[in-house]
Design a protein around this ligand. Structure first.
Ligand SMILES: [Zn+2]
Length: 278
């Protein structure tokens, strides 16, 4: 008996073009900001889609290659079209992560067709999720936009439970009680961004933020990555002062009496809230 290489489990991102798509490979058709799932809620196969689709490799799922493509005649295809929130909410992992990468790669290819330096049409770099300019050799990768989220707590009053700072944003799902969050600036560390965003949005000073987890988020651009932190405020009596351009409200809640309007279970915001609420 010879040892056979075992296929990697789960979703592994990649860009292997060494062979064309097979009929049984996974297919992720994208139209605009939506992705097609099968009638059974799973992913369709290459053989379920028209033969003239220009597939792009996005990785493997339990060893099976997965391909994504932008399709034009979306309404003619059988199945269900869903946006990122629906995909994240309804697809089990790692399908949701794979769907997010397909949305990101297809959106990136649509918005990075020409060289930004010399306007020549870009070509794919074999084996990589990258495009190169034949005119001036500029290489373009999927841009990652990193945002930090911070679950801020303070000790409870009079021996009561710790309190968590929740905020309501002035845009997006405004009814939710969420976390202070914002994009990292070029040249800034994740921790520095956390300190800055907390200062700007609620006027508080925090101790060194502790990294908890991260989540790719296909909602707000081709490559958004959310990094979640917990932190405690410096000075137990600190009260938030909201930046009205970003927030409508900010309030301390005892961790055993959080409001009902919390972010959905598939979001890192909720993971962080649940982590401090136990
Ligand atoms: Zn160029």
């Amino acid at each position: 008996m010879t040892d056979r290489p075992t296929a990697p489990a789960g979703f592994v991102p990649g860009a292997d073009r060494s062979r064309p798509p097979s009929p049984g490979d996974l297919a992720l058709p994208v139209a605009g900001r939506r992705l097609l799932t099968g009638a059974d809620g799973g992913l369709p196969r290459i053989e379920d889609l028209p033969a003239d689709v220009d597939w792009v490799p996005v990785g493997t799922l339990d060893g099976t290659p997965a391909w994504a493509a932008e399709v034009v005649d979306a309404d003619a295809l059988p199945g269900r079209w869903r946006g990122w929130r629906g995909l994240a909410a309804e697809l089990p992992e790692p399908l949701a992560t794979l769907a997010g990468r397909a949305l990101a790669v297809v959106t990136w290819r649509r918005t990075h067709r020409w060289c930004g330096a010399c306007r020549t049409e870009l070509v794919d770099v074999p084996g990589e999720t990258a495009r190169r300019c034949p005119g001036c050799d500029l290489t373009v990768f999927v841009p990652l936009s990193v945002a930090v989220l911070v679950a801020i707590t303070r000790p409870g009053r009079d021996g009561g439970p710790d309190e968590l700072l929740l905020v309501r944003h002035a845009y997006g799902p405004t009814e939710l009680w969420a976390l202070v969050a914002g994009f990292v600036e070029a040249g800034e560390s994740l921790e520095a961004a956390a300190h800055r965003e907390v200062g700007e949005e609620v006027g508080l000073t925090i101790d060194r933020p502790a990294y908890v987890d991260s989540q790719p988020w296909a909602m707000s651009g081709p490559g958004t990555l959310l990094a979640g932190f917990t932190a405690t405020v410096t000075g137990p009596d600190a009260e938030p002062v909201v930046d009205p351009r970003e927030l409508t409200e900010a309030r301390w809640f005892p961790v055993d009496a959080l409001p009902a309007e919390l972010p959905p279970a598939y979001s890192i915001s909720r993971w962080l809230i649940d982590a401090v609420a136990v």
